[in-house]
Design a protein around this ligand. Sequence first.
Ligand SMILES: NC(=O)c1ccc[n+]([C@@H]2O[C@H](COP(=O)([O-])OP(=O)(O)OC[C@H]3O[C@@H](n4cnc5c(N)ncnc54)[C@H](OP(=O)(O)O)[C@@H]3O)[C@@H](O)[C@H]2O)c1
Length: 344
Amino acid sequence: MSLQNKRVLLASRPDGWVSDENFTYDTVDVPDLAEGQVLLQNVYMSVDPYMRARMNDAKSYIPPFQIGAPLQAGMVAKVLASRNANYSEGDYVVGMLNWEQYSITDGNGVDGTALRKIDPNLAPLSYHLGILGMPGMTAWVGTKVIGEAKEGENLFVTAASGAVGSVVGQIGKNLGCRVVGSAGGPEKVAFLKEELGFDEAIDYKNVASPHKAVRQAFPDMIDVLFENVGGPMFEAAIMNMNFMGRIALCGMIADYNTKPSEMEPGPRGLFTLIGRNIKMQGFIVFNYQEGCAEWVQVASGWLKEGKLKYKETVAEGIENAPDAFIGMLKGKNFGKQVVKISDA
Ligand SMILES: NC(=O)c1ccc[n+]([C@@H]2O[C@H](COP(=O)([O-])OP(=O)(O)OC[C@H]3O[C@@H](n4cnc5c(N)ncnc54)[C@H](OP(=O)(O)O)[C@@H]3O)[C@@H](O)[C@H]2O)c1
């Protein structure tokens, strides 16, 4: 009897917030392997904010998901069978695959990029989707390459307890910066200070004035801003930037579920960037391959030395991937959100 493969497909495009109705499921037989193909058992799947943009039918740096087809995600998988000389049964790989239990590939992910073998003894498998994977690489590229953070500087990161933000703050501390983060709620803020060693943390959901909160947290102004969110905290940060500061524009999650017609104008205060000679640059992590490779080396060393902590929220089962994704967009995740699809 052939293996049964449960998949999650895009049912419809969201108009504003994503809901369960935007997803549907099917189960298909796993076909026999042809020459050159590899059969993968998917173990951990990543859910990330950028997937929200892929649900829209809009031109972007990455193509939209198609209605009636599986969504796609970064995945850690185990090779169950191989007729491809580059992969052997028992190998572990990372690549872009469908939201499904089993995948058959020609050695490439659905994005055409070769599956990357990983060492299962280096760290828990799920880490390759977070601290050792795309979010960790993003944190390094934004902080070090774009933000040029240096010892003694003041670093501010928004969405600081999340997959990217929690690593940004720790990179900052390891480089000798003074680090402040903003996150939603007392539990997340306590985690930043007590577990990750941030110097200060702002609960953006409980401040009367974002501007005053940022000014208080940065008596010497901000040298590097790692921006993940947009909105009022971003404006407050802009107005508190130091002379020759750098802003790494990584994400604008506050806007991902807002209809274009309902978006607030802004940010205000951009004149600050002119008078204070501030560099602001957006970036997509995959355009910085050198920085990504460098991060895997740096992070592996820091993990061994106990200089990086890592927190994740794990949902169980491919059928719960939509809920995990929607929850992450609403801030229900604490650290990196992944979905465990099977035992390794
Ligand atoms: N440029 C790139 O190459 C690249 C790569 C990866 C990620 N990113 C971006 O980096 C950002 C963080 O991604 P991630 O994977 O690390 O996600 P994450 O931070 O693990 O999860 C998203 C978090 O965003 C916060 N959030 C959601 N809505 C918010 C709002 N309206 N205002 C303030 N905070 C809000 C929530 O935390 P709270 O509970 O604290 O609100 C939530 O937990 C996203 O903007 C993402 O698009 C960019």
